[in-house]
Design a protein around this ligand. Sequence first.
Ligand SMILES: O=c1[nH]c(=O)c2[nH]c(=O)[nH]c2[nH]1
Length: 286
Amino acid sequence: MAIVLGPNRYGKAETRLVRVIRDGDTHSLLDFNVSVALAGDLAATHATGDNSTVLPTDTMKNTVYAFAKEHGVGEPESFALLLGRHFVVSQPQVESATISIEAYGWDRLGPHSFAKRGDYTRTAVVTVTADAAQVVSGIGGLVLLNTTDSEFHGFVRDRYTTLPPATDRILATAVDAKWRHLAADGDWAQSYEMAVVALKTAFAETYSYSLQQTLMAMGTRVLTERPEIAEVRLALPNKHHYLVDLSPFDLTNDNEVFIAGDRPYGLIEGTVTRDDVPAAIAEWWL
Ligand SMILES: O=c1[nH]c(=O)c2[nH]c(=O)[nH]c2[nH]1
């Protein structure tokens, strides 16, 4: 029996980068959280602490900031590809580089004034190897709610089941979604905007008998409308809204007054994929 090192990677997580682009008096702002993870020939440092193939994580952080100045920052997918390719090309021991970016939105208030969008974030996870690149885009924390057109009944009942069947309920969720692109180039801004429109439209337009059905409809809509996307992964928390019992006050409650539940919550997760696309080159998670 031997004990061996299994899969491993390392990098600098959550480098916070704010880049101001000045066009005279009119400025724009990009606000990223960048994580770098490198994998490759790292046996020596794990075995003996021989760091001769270890690019310091501190250097990765510096590279993020220097690239923001030298190359500028645009779409998160483009910046992630630039960084990933740099580490694979410049460091022979690096076999794969995964760059993950969360992009925080700022709404313009004036030529150089902005208000932070407090809700959802845009994400990009790019994996680069010597001969391939994989781009995964996504959104996190997009809260959606339908006040009707949602039912849930016909479910399994056992001796612990108390949930009453619902023929008209609130359906609410905070969408975490990621989608894998077929190619490593594209119009990232347009693709992202239209994928998000597809997710929102499918949520709003689906008459739902379960959040699972809504998940499938959302993933299907993205793939139907966006030929550049191979596969969509969704995690949909069921943000339960409970009808308040107003009968002690001699009041009716015809689906008008709710308690917004916090936890626990149902968590519905699934992948919707085309059946004729190449497999992912690297594992990716939601
Ligand atoms: O859309 C739903 N799916 C479920 O699986 C489930 N389970 C539950 O208690 N409520 C719901 N709602």
